[in-house]
Design a protein around this ligand. Structure first.
Ligand code: XUL
Length: 522
């Protein structure tokens, strides 16, 4: 075969997407199916059903299956599936799929004359998969933490304290409320490993990185934690299968796809992973690097070698290097709070805001502001707090101080929490910025100064899907090259700001002030 291609699939909350790259990592094809509009019969809004209690959020499992039928039908006229040597994919994290007793047999003998949707119409014991937006399991979470010795103990083992959206509490809910259905479940998949199973025609293993979003995987042993399994449900180890490194080759594609779409029978299926890990791969995050997405809320991903899980944030096994880790932190006070200060201190104008950042001094003459306009999750606190250079709380800042304080405070918080999770800045560390506020060069200059590292911008609109096409190639090469070697020829990042070396920020001081704020707030 002369021409090799790799496919990445993304089973996200609102759509299923596919993207093809050639051997030079250039994107050649893209297509998507939107759940709400392309599959109106499932009556979803934003791809989900929010139940009457407002806490339970699910998606119809068969909608995801049907979406894959549609997507492949859409692509087949313009794309030659026989060129694909490996494929991989991603799914929204935490969501779970329940295969009914006997489903494996069906999966192994799919008939290419029918659609996947027809073939698998009775394959699931639960028709509505709980997804990451569900928050109905708070009591189960608190009990789970208690039974392993507290939230920090659970985080030490699994990388996170108990969260409602994490899979363990969702499995426990099914086990407690519908024991018959649980017993009639042959296998439990994550959205990612469920999607991989379709292509494999067999149950696909959960990968270590997405598996870290379950409160079940011991992130150091890379095996299910006996203690966590026991607090969740009986016979769970058998229903989960054995977790594998995220770059694993799971086997060749099911004959269903060979017959129906002309795939090469040797096409390899590389383990699918979660969307955040896949995005890390798509952004080509390397050792010592961080990605900051500056949106309505800010998300922050970092490469970790020696993780120190906390009760804030998450540690996952790294999807591109099974011996490393990644951190994920979410901040509710992102653009919402920056905009509020822009309105009150910069005449509602981003250009005025930028002007102020340009002519005020880095370090803000020792003034630090912590603005949790809405209830923050990292840390758990609310309220606006201003400190002078002697660490005394003051009632107000001048407008100029206020503008600089909100941006410096938000970035100091990110660096402080990153270091708390075990992150250390290396000599070649990069900060990769995305999202709305990454278009503002003055904000990015503050980011570079606070991190003491160059800031690059990148387009992440397709990063999870692209990351999986890269991962497909990495998995195909089967360890012959590291992920960074495989992706070294991808388009370079754009340098947006270089750090001002004359400036240093006192991260520990920020930490002390945040502790004051947290103790006041709680
Ligand atoms: C991460 C999380 C979301 C989903 C969305 O913990 O819950 O980012 O992965 O797809």
């Amino acid at each position: 075969m002369t021409k090799k291609t790799y496919l990445g699939f993304d089973f996200s909350t609102q759509q299923v997407k596919a993207l093809a790259i050639n051997d030079d990592l250039v994107v050649t094809h893209e297509a998507s199916v939107q759940f709400d509009t392309d599959l109106p019969e499932f009556k979803t809004e934003g791809g989900v059903h929010i139940h009457n209690d407002k806490l339970t959020v699910t998606a119809p499992t068969l909608m995801w299956v049907k979406a894959l039928d549609l997507l492949l039908e859409k692509i087949k006229d313009t794309f030659d599936f026989s060129t694909v040597v490996a494929l991989s994919g991603t799914g929204q994290q935490h969501g779970s799929v329940y295969w009914k007793e006997g489903a494996l047999k069906k999966l192994q003998s799919l008939n290419a004359q029918y659609s996947l949707h027809d073939e698998l119409s009775t394959a699931f014991s639960v028709n509505d998969s709980p997804i990451w937006m569900d928050s109905s399991t708070s009591d189960i979470c608190r009990n789970m933490e208690k039974s392993v010795g507290g939230p920090q103990k659970l985080a030490d083992q699994t990388g996170s304290r108990a969260y409602e959206r994490f899979t363990a509490s969702q499995i426990a809910k099914l086990y407690q409320t519908k024991p018959d259905v649980y017993d009639n479940t042959e296998r439990i998949s994550l959205v990612s490993s469920f999607a991989a199973s379709l292509f494999l025609g067999n149950y696909a293993a959960i990968d270590n990185s997405d598996g870290s979003g379950m409160n079940l995987l011991d992130i150091r042993k890379k095996d299910w934690s006996e203690e966590c399994l026991a607090t969740t449900a009986t016979n769970l180890r058998d229903k989960l299968g054995k977790p594998v490194p995220s770059c694993s080759n799971l086997g060749c594609i099911s004959s269903y796809f060979v017959e129906k779409y002309g795939f090469n029978p040797d096409c390899r299926i590389i383990a699918f992973t979660g969307d955040n890990p896949a995005s890390l791969a798509g952004c080509r995050l390397g050792r010592g690097d961080v990605i900051i997405s500056l949106g309505t809320s800010d998300t922050f991903m970092l490469w970790l070698d020696d993780p120190k899980p906390k009760t804030e944030g998450h540690v996952f096994v790294n999807p591109v290097d099974d011996n490393s880790y990644m951190g994920l932190l979410c901040y509710k006070n992102g653009s919402i709070t920056r905009e509020k200060i822009r309105n009150s201190a910069a005449q509602k104008s981003w250009s005025e805001f930028s002007e102020i950042l340009k002519h005020t001094k880095p370090g803000n003459n020792g003034k630090i502001g912590i603005y949790f306009d809405v209830q923050e999750i990292t840390p758990n606190a609310v309220g606006c707090f201003r400190f002078n250079d002697k660490d005394e709380q003051v009632a107000s800042f001048t407008d100029e101080e206020e503008v600089r304080a909100v941006i410096e405070g938000q970035f100091l918080a990110k660096r402080y929490h990153a270091e708390g999770l075990g992150y250390s800045l290396g000599i070649s560390s990069k900060v990769l910025a995305t999202g709305g506020a990454s278009k503002n060069p003055e904000i990015l200059q503050v980011l570079a100064d606070v991190f003491g590292a160059p800031v690059y911008t990148l387009d992440t609109s397709n990063s999870a899907c692209l990351g999986c096409a890269y991962r497909a190639k990495h998995g195909y090469l089967n360890g012959a090259k590291s992920f960074s070697e495989v992706t070294s020829s991808a388009a370079p990042y754009k340098l947006a700001a270089a750090p001002n070396t004359a400036v240093t920020y006192d991260i520990a001081r920020y930490g002390k002030l945040e502790a004051v704020v947290t103790s006041k707030a709680n």
